[in-house]
Design a protein around this ligand. Sequence first.
Ligand SMILES: [Zn+2]
Length: 292
Amino acid sequence: MSMMQPLQVNEIINNKQICEVFLCAPQGGMRKSKRTNTLTLISDKTKLYDDRIIDNIYHYTGMGQVGDQKMQSQNLTLAESERNGIEIHFFEVLKPKEYTYRGQVELAGVPYQEHQIDLEGNQRLVWIFPLRLKDNRAKFTSLSQPSNDIYALQKEIKQVENLPITITEKERIIKGRIGQGKFKERLFDRECKCALCGAIDPRLLIASHIKPWSDSTNEERLDVDNGLLLCPNHDALFDKKLISFDNQGSIMISQTVDETAKIFLNVNEDMSINLSEKQLRYMGFHYRHRIQ
Ligand SMILES: [Zn+2]
């Protein structure tokens, strides 16, 4: 048994229709249905991807979002698809909630493993399945042009993270070359002075992450709402968590900073800053980790 109603190549349907046609689960990128003997693969381009197309062979990343991927369940079904007789149907999501049918695919080579970064930012092993469309008139959408700046940046970060160098070195490269520059540009688009004292010389202002860079996901590292523009003194105090801000934006100064230092560093208990709701969410993390 195959799909309940035949689909045309390039036909766009919604998630509910996929479930009706293939009698499969309503979620997941690899959906197996015993009743129709099908495996439905979904390549969602609106999300972060490491899939790529080389000579119209689609290198599809297997199932499992965190940790090493295992050769089991759907991954195993796909790997054995030349022998188990299952039909594999392929969809691309180019816009949220729109599933474009590309037709049936088959393995174009032996599945292989590679390193990728998982959703939590950790290096892990994934399975890659080379796939070919059975209908040679059909085509995959090329992934070479990411639709949106943020995806390009995230991809660049991932590439650096995959380099065989130390974490400190990676952080330095990413901050210097990719993340920090763009991040600062975006912060400057929004404000152009120290959030605390109003110092305005752009040569001195530092784009600080509220939730520290090392604790942030790639999305959070590039999120302008996770940013605060500060002068060097205030950045140093904030970065070392010797100052933080409560949910009213009022400053909390560590008791370990003495009165003289406060004067020279220009901080006092009466100071406060304005924070948006989104910035407050990040500040909650910083606040909980402050030095009291
Ligand atoms: Zn300042």
